[in-house]
Design a protein around this ligand. Structure first.
Ligand SMILES: [Zn+2]
Length: 109
């Protein structure tokens, strides 16, 4: 949550799908549009709608930081899921050991 709470929510609709109002919007292409704007192709992760927006340099910079925060949230969730899966694997292995279901031959190459 490094930046999560430092962002004021933008009401400009950049992060909301115009077709289904989902907030699962991702940029697919960015390119400069003149000296002070960016043309961004966006895609909705829910309905696959694609569209283009032209935004200012300052909004693009803020959007980039918002996306970095989204990546951070996803990475933390992934690490938590990995820890939970590993804990479940350990519990299963311990239960198998307790029931003598694991033998040295199970580890033979
Ligand atoms: Zn959508």
């Amino acid at each position: 949550m490094l930046f999560r709470h430092s962002f004021r929510r933008h009401r400009d609709g950049l992060r909301r799908c115009p077709a289904c109002t989902s907030r699962l919007v991702c940029p697919t292409e960015w390119e400069p549009e003149g000296d002070e704007h960016w043309s961004i192709d966006l895609r909705c992760g829910d309905c696959a709608h694609s569209w283009n927006r032209v935004i200012s340099d300052s909004r693009a910079a803020r959007f980039d930081l918002e996306l970095d925060c989204d990546v951070d949230v996803l990475q933390r969730s992934l690490r938590r899921f990995e820890r939970e899966r590993m804990a479940a694997d350990v519990e299963t292995f311990v239960a198998a050991l307790a029931r003598d279901l694991v033998e040295p031959a199970d580890f033979a190459l």
